[in-house]
Each structure stands twice: as structure tokens, then as C-alpha cells.
Design a protein around this ligand. Structure first.
Ligand SMILES: Nc1nc2c(ncn2[C@@H]2O[C@H](COP(=O)(O)OP(=O)(O)OP(=O)(O)O)[C@@H](O)[C@H]2O)c(=O)[nH]1
Ligand SMILES: [Mg+2]
Length: 436
């Protein structure tokens, strides 16, 4: 159950020691609380220096900044308490506030209140969370554009385009007349154009999600091909054990690596072979197969001893094939990329191929926006419906077509405002950090 009645409190600055820590308090009426801790009246945008009495006979000189509802981050009364950046002091202040009736905030709860009080849209809230966790300049650039509302505007325009087509098709159902054929033909053609537009939009969002959430690159291939050696050279550290014994890697090992400013999550997996396997190797192989299902890019690495290696990958997978141990054979083979993981040969070529495979056109991506898997899933569901609507858009099945468009609108609308089920909102905001 979402509770918006409590006054919530959390430390909004990073944990640990520092010059200053900031504790945020938000609730419907904080004037009484403010008076209790500072002995002063709470005024909007006012800064007060005051000594707060804490446990253990301690006092702390704090700076209190107050904001009166609705003109605050959450839309409620907000007090920001700046104190010396010692975790013990932070703990004592929070425990004092707990004694005065404040509840510790859940992750993202301040921003959730901001959304519920219509201070920020859901996309804005998600973008703020992305801003905080951005680990590259490229990502910051995109988030900046998103914060200026560009992404939201494109989503809203798409919703509007779909709404116009829906209005037309529903009009056809309500006012059936002789010109029905002509109108349906024109609606079908509009739907065709809309679907082409939506396909492009999805491609753009897919690239943006990869940039925002990282590209999952799974390294697979036969045993002993040098997968773990490659993992270590890409990660620039010893993530995986390397040995000449086949079947060394069993668990999945992951490492996030930045290449040209883009984030890639590399996953090293157990080698796949047809040989008889023990219980643990079998589990490793199952895990490797699961990882392949979730990969955005697969690197199939073979070596001179396994040139006939054949494997099946999930439909639509992007597979980069490379032959390792270049030092052990002469020249190029079958136009495949030849590398040496151990002697760091052609690794930069492999990295370039990985970046190009993830972001077909880097520039196009950089003009993209801060999108999430949540948005991509909804827009894909919308697309399935609009494609069905186009197929069914004929005189006999116009009602069915309209039904599919209704579902399509519902999916698209949820990007901006999900059905306010507590669970769904809780799920979205729980990925935010505490104090946000
Ligand atoms: N000559 C040569 N040996 C390599 C190269 N890369 C890796 N090796 C060797 O190949 C052997 C196997 O390497 P690993 O990285 O453990 O291979 P793997 O594919 O992870 O093996 P499993 O985890 O057992 O499936 C080790 O002895 C490595 O030193 C290379 O470029 N050239
Ligand atoms: Mg290995």
C-alpha cells in the first residue's frame, strides 16, 4: 500500500564521511516538527541555523532549509537538514526524527511523492534516477536532452497520432454509411504509415535502452578456446580463472566495461561441448545457455582445435564470430576475425565490431533519449496490437481492428502514466536510491 500520510525521512547525500551530509524530510504538514527541532516558525525558502539536541547528550549545529507545499521537490512540506558529514551524526538526527514520528523513506519514495503530486512526470522521474547513476558523458548528454522534455514530447506525439487513428476508426463503427469502403481503405493506409513510423521509433528506443542500461555481451564457444582469457583482456583485470584444463569456467562471470564511452556488460560462460559432463559442468552449461537467451550480442570464440564448431543461438541474435590463438596459425580464416586474447592481438578490432554491432549508427544513438526496458516492452506490445489492427482493418472486421487499437493505446499510455497500481509504482521507484 502506498502511504502518503507519513512524514518520511532519509539521508539524501551519499553514505559515509564527508564535509556535509543532507537529511531530507517530507510530509503533508511539517510546521510542528520544524518548530520542535528548531524552535522557529517554518517559512518557505528560508534558511535557519540551529542547534539540534541529539541522543548521548550531544548537540549538532545544522542548517535547515525549508520549503512549503506545493513549492518543493515532492510537492509537500520539505525540510533539508545539512549537518557535519559523519554517519553517526546522521544516524542520531534520523533517530531523533523517528522519535518525533517520522518514518524512514523507502528507496525512491521522495520522487514517487513528487510524481503522485504531479511535480514530475514518470519519464522525468526515471530520467532523474538515470542522471544520478550515469557513468559516461555520452549518457549524461542523452539525459540532458531527455530532461529538456524531448523524449517525453516524442512519446506524447506518438500517443496523439494513435489517438487520431482510433477516433477515425471508431467513427466508422458509429456512423456506418455508403462511403465506408473508401474510409476504411484510407484508415488502413494511415495504419500502415503509423506502423512504419513505430518500427523506426522502436529501433531508436532499442538503441537508447542499450546505451542507458548497458549492452549485455556473452562470450561463448567450445571449451579451452580462450573465452576467459578474452574476458580478462576486455575487463583489464583477472575476472575469470584461465587454465589449459578444459571446463575451467562453470559459473557466469560478469564485468562492466566502458568502451568508447558506452557501457558493456561482458559475461564469461562455461565452454559448450558434446562430451559427457559431470553434474556441475551440466549446471554451468545450462547457465551459459540462459545467458545466451538474454544477450544483446554474442561473441562466439573458437580456436584452431575447434574450427568445425557449430552452435545454435536464439532467433535474431547478433553473433560476432572470432578465432582465437592467432599466434598458432597462419593468415586469415574464412573471413572471420582472428585474434589472440593471450597476446592482445586485434582486440581493438574486436572492440570496434562490438560497438558497431550494438549501435549501428553511433551518431543516431547520441541523438536519442533516456529510455528504459519498461518503455521498450510497452511500445513493443503496442506494436503487436497496431500490426494486428492493420491486418484486420477491413469492412468485415473493423470492430476487431478498433479493439486492437484500444489495447495499443493502453500500452502506450502506460509509458507516461501506468495504471496506479501500488505494486507497479513500487516496482518502478524501488530501483531508485534511498533518499531520492
Ligand atoms: N597460444 C595461445 N593460447 C591462448 C590464447 N588465449 C588463451 N590461450 C590459452 O588457452 C588456454 C585456455 O584458456 P581459457 O581462457 O581458460 O579458455 P576458456 O575458453 O575460458 O576455457 P573453459 O573455461 O575451460 O571453457 C589457456 O592455457 C590459455 O593461456 C592465445 O591467444 N594464444
Ligand atoms: Mg573459461
Amino acid at each position: 500500500m502506498i502511504n502518503t500520510e507519513d512524514i518520511i525521512v532519509a539521508c539524501s547525500s551519499p553514505p559515509g564521511s564527508g564535509a556535509i551530509s543532507c537529511i531530507r524530510v517530507s510530509g503533508k504538514n511539517c510546521a510542528k516538527l520544524f518548530k520542535t527541532i528548531s524552535g522557529k516558525k517554518m517559512n518557505h525558502k528560508e534558511v535557519n541555523v540551529c542547534e539540534i539536541q541529539l541522543g548521548h547528550g550531544l548537540t549538532e549545529k545544522c542548517v535547515l532549509t525549508s520549503f512549503i507545499s506545493p513549492n518543493s521537490y515532492t510537492g509537500e512540506d520539505v525540510i533539508e537538514i545539512s549537518c557535519h558529514g559523519n554517519p553517526l551524526i546522521v544516524e542520531l538526527i534520523i533517530s531523533k526524527l523517528n522519535c518525533l514520528g517520522c518514518r524512514n523513506a523507502e528507496p525512491g519514495e521522495f520522487t514517487m511523492r513528487s510524481y503522485l503530486n504531479e511535480k514530475v512526470s514518470l519519464i522525468e522521474a526515471e530520467t532523474i534516477a538515470d542522471l544520478i547513476s550515469a557513468e559516461s558523458y555520452e549518457k549524461l548528454k542523452i539525459i540532458n536532452k531527455s530532461l529538456s522534455g524531448e523524449y517525453e514530447r516524442e512519446i506524447k506525439e506518438t500517443i496523439l497520432k494513435l489517438k487520431k487513428i482510433r477516433t477515425k476508426i471508431e467513427g466508422e463503427i458509429d456512423f456506418n454509411d455508403q462511403s465506408v469502403d473508401i474510409n476504411i481503405i484510407s484508415i488502413k493506409s494511415e495504419l500502415k504509415d503509423f506502423n512504419a513510423f513505430l518500427r523506426d521509433f522502436i529501433n531508436k528506443i532499442e538503441a537508447a535502452v542499450l546505451l542507458n542500461e548497458g549492452v549485455k555481451v556473452v562470450i561463448t564457444g567450445p571449451e579451452n578456446a580462450g573465452k576467459s582469457t578474452l574476458m580478462n583482456v576486455l575487463a583489464k583485470e583477472n575476472v575469470s580463472i584461465v587454465s589449459e584444463i578444459p571446463g575451467t569456467t562453470r559459473d557466469l562471470l560478469s564485468k562492466s566495461v566502458k568502451i568508447e564511452g558506452f557501457i558493456f556488460d561482458f559475461v564469461d560462460t562455461a565452454g559448450l561441448s558434446d562430451k559427457q559432463h559431470g553434474k556441475i559442468e551440466k549446471i554451468g552449461i545450462d547457465k551459459a545457455k540462459e545467458a545466451l537467451d538474454k544477450a544483446n550480442i554474442i561473441i562466439e570464440l573458437i580456436d584452431p582445435e575447434n574450427m568445425d564448431y557449430k552452435a545454435q543461438y536464439p532467433k535474431g541474435s547478433k553473433v560476432l564470430k572470432a578465432i582465437n590463438k592467432l599466434d598458432l596459425f597462419e593468415g586469415s580464416k574464412e573471413d572471420k576475425l582472428c585474434i589472440s586474447a593471450k597476446y592482445n592481438k586485434n582486440i581493438s578490432v574486436l572492440k570496434d565490431s562490438i560497438v558497431s554491432a550494438a549501435f549501428t549508427s553511433k551518431n543516431q544513438t547520441l541523438e536519442g533519449f533516456s529510455a528504459r526496458t519498461r518503455h521498450l516492452e510497452l511500445i513493443n506490445k503496442c506494436y503487436i496490437e497496431t500490426v494486428a489492427a492493420e491486418e484486420l482493418c477491413s469492412e468485415d472486421s473493423v470492430e476487431l481492428s478498433a479493439e486492437h487499437l484500444k489495447s495499443a493505446s493502453n500500452f502506450l499510455g502506460q509509458i507516461m502514466s501506468p495504471y496506479s497500481s501500488d505494486d507497479l509504482l513500487g516496482e518502478i521507484f524501488s530501483t531508485f536510491c534511498i533518499g531520492k
